[in-house]
Design a protein around this ligand. Structure first.
Ligand code: ARG
Length: 582
């Protein structure tokens, strides 16, 4: 059910436009720019007048006259150059809110033609500690995954581990360099593994011979050398454990745990297809695909390096083939920062040349970086890269300070306080991220981001918990929700705001932009707060009004909860504060 109020008006407008022989492409309203004048406005008369060289006010007046005959408007006027302003009857908005409250999807519709979407929002590399750079892809990707599922698409989130490139040869060669062989590999824990990785990185930067050695080992590993393979398998599985812990902390989930290595066979197939199609060529021992240099110079794809190893680009192209052939993907979306823009342009173009994903929509969504107060990528105090775990721990510590200590509040022992700390800290981190449009970077704010007021995740969680508490009290004294009646302007504004939810979710889905939901959620929580301050609920004048306001409150709670869910954020039933323990 799509309970968007605009729908009702649009349908009537469409009929009127047809009757008047006007192009019904313009028969739609939007939420009014002047809420003091109207709830919705139709600007169709202006567009039509321009085309027909007529007076827009005249056309507007004609449409308005027909609209007068419908029974849902309280007032209709033609203003300015020809805007049609509509104000709905209170009963119409109230009935709509009643229907939303009865609907398990709260009035949100689904897409007309569901399709299969594969989302690629992981990409951590084996043996490398996850850092702040991995935050946004996971947080945004998880939200988009939930939004896409909610609107009815078939969604697969794939982590796409970086487990097959040169860094694998680098770490193996570093271990051999230090230990003489790979015998001790399986005794190393993740801290030791990441340490080897760091040292490998430094040494390969400085030493040509080390780089060469790492390159040879990578090629041999990919070729199936049993000794390397065994060590690599261990490193991979230990890393996956650590990566899973990180993502679990963030409540970022994947349906598939494929890695670049899983595309090895498909890589071979791609090389074959490229040869058959005659689009690859030999170049100084390597096998490459040249790309058009239409708008800007694009380097070629190096499919197979001169030593026989497969490159990063080839693994991504092969993965597209697998996602299309094995998963039936109709759309594949990648979330990374701007450093990979060229990479995706290259692989999308090669994919088209190879003809392996016809009619599949490939999209690379670029997000801005998480910055420190200096506007540069967020760093540790000593200027190092910020680990994801450190960042989460720091955030949790901040939240812990604003919560009571374990056992200070009845029913809240260590485990319960820890759970709440986790839920609030993750809400703070995710909301701070998702309230910004994907493309813009933002400053990671450690002072205000976890506050219960302001544009924060905890503010929304708190708003929900306050309504929960009211609903618990109502239940305890047997007060029930009743049909919604709208009297006070704050009630009306709240019900109108609630009616936007379908549109908000659909826009977030179409634009792949969770910030639209974050913005609305914050707005809705504020609108509720204004309503709550002006309209007593449990102490309203009449029992009818108590029932109505209770229902409006419950509906708001449910919409807020759904919005947080779509952002990947949990809503605790109860929130605690250190000072006044709720
Ligand atoms: N592992 C890559 C890196 O660390 C990111 C992977 C992004 N996703 C992809 N399908 N290429 O740079």
């Amino acid at each position: 059910m799509n309970l968007l109020l605009e729908n009702k008006i649009n349908q009537a407008l469409s009929k009127i436009f047809k009757q008047l022989d006007l192009d019904d492409k313009f028969a739609f309203v939007k939420v009014s720019d002047r809420p003091d004048l109207s709830d919705f406005q139709c600007n169709g008369a202006l567009a039509l007048a321009k085309i027909a060289h007529k007076n827009p006010r005249e056309i507007g007046t004609m449409i308005a006259a027909e609209l007068q005959k419908c029974d849902f408007c309280e007032s209709i006027s033609v203003d300015g150059p020809g805007f049609i302003n509509l104000k709905l009857k209170n009963e119409v908005i109230a009935q709509n809110a009643d229907k939303m409250a009865d609907d398990e999807r709260l009035g949100c519709g689904v897409v007309e033609n569901p399709h299969k979407v594969v989302l690629d929002y992981g990409g951590p590399n084996v043996a490398k500690t996850m850092h702040v750079g991995h935050l946004r892809s996971g947080v945004i990707g998880e939200s988009v995954r939930r939004i896409e599922k909610f609107v009815g698409n078939d969604v697969i989130g794939d982590v796409h581990l970086g487990d097959w490139g040169t860094p694998m040869g680098q770490i193996l060669s570093e271990i051999i360099h230090q230990d003489g062989n790979l015998d001790k590999v399986t005794s190393y824990d993740i801290a030791q593994i990441t340490d080897f990785y760091k040292r490998a990185n430094i040494r390969c930067k400085e030493d040509e011979a080390a780089r060469e050695n790492a390159r040879i080992i990578t090629a041999k590993l990919q070729d199936g050398n049993p000794e390397y393979r065994k060590a690599w398998e261990y490193l991979r599985s230990e890393s996956v454990k650590a990566v899973k812990e990180n993502y679990a902390q963030l409540d970022v989930n994947f349906d598939l745990w494929w890695g670049e290595s899983d595309a090895h066979q498909a890589c071979q197939e791609i090389v074959k297809i490229a040869r058959e199609k005659g689009i690859s060529e030999k170049d100084e021992g390597a096998e490459i695909i040249r790309l058009e240099e239409s708008n800007k110079p694009k380097p070629p794809i190096i499919m197979v390096k001169s030593d026989g190893a497969f490159g990063y680009q080839l693994t991504d192209i092969a993965t597209i083939k697998m996602r299309v052939d094995d998963l039936n993907a109709q759309e594949i979306v990648y979330f990374t920062d701007s450093r990979q823009t060229l990479h995706f342009e290259q692989i999308f173009e090669a994919t088209q040349k190879l003809g392996i994903a016809p009619d599949v929509k490939l999209q690379h969504i670029v997000f801005g970086t998480v910055n420190g107060a200096d506007g540069k990528p967020f760093k540790t105090r000593d200027g190092g890269v910020m680990d994801l775990k450190t960042l989460i721990d720091m955030s949790k510590e901040k939240v812990r300070q604003s919560l009571p200590k374990p056992n200070e509040v009845e029913g809240y022992g260590e485990a319960e306080i820890e759970k709440l700390t986790q839920q609030i800290a993750i809400a703070a981190i995710k909301f701070q991220d998702l309230k910004n449009t994907i493309a813009s970077g933002y400053v990671f704010e450690l002072d205000d981001f976890a506050k219960f007021e302001g544009k924060t995740g905890p503010y929304i969680q708190y708003a929900i918990a306050r309504i929960n508490s009211m609903l618990r009290k109502a239940q305890a004294n047997g007060t029930k929700c009743g049909a919604i009646v709208l009297q006070a302007p704050e009630e009306r504004t709240l019900a109108l705001k609630l009616a936007q939810v379908h549109n908000v979710v659909m826009r977030a889905h179409t634009d792949k932009e969770p910030s639209i939901i974050a913005e609305y959620t914050h707005n809705l929580a504020q609108t509720f707060s204004t309503f709550y301050n002006a309209c007593p609920v449990m102490n309203a004048e009449t029992p009818q009004l108590v029932g109505s306001r209770l229902k409006l409150s419950k509906l708001t709670r449910d919409v807020l909860k759904l919005m947080l869910y779509l952002l990947g954020i949990e809503a605790p039933e109860v929130m605690l504060k250190a000072e006044n323990k709720d």
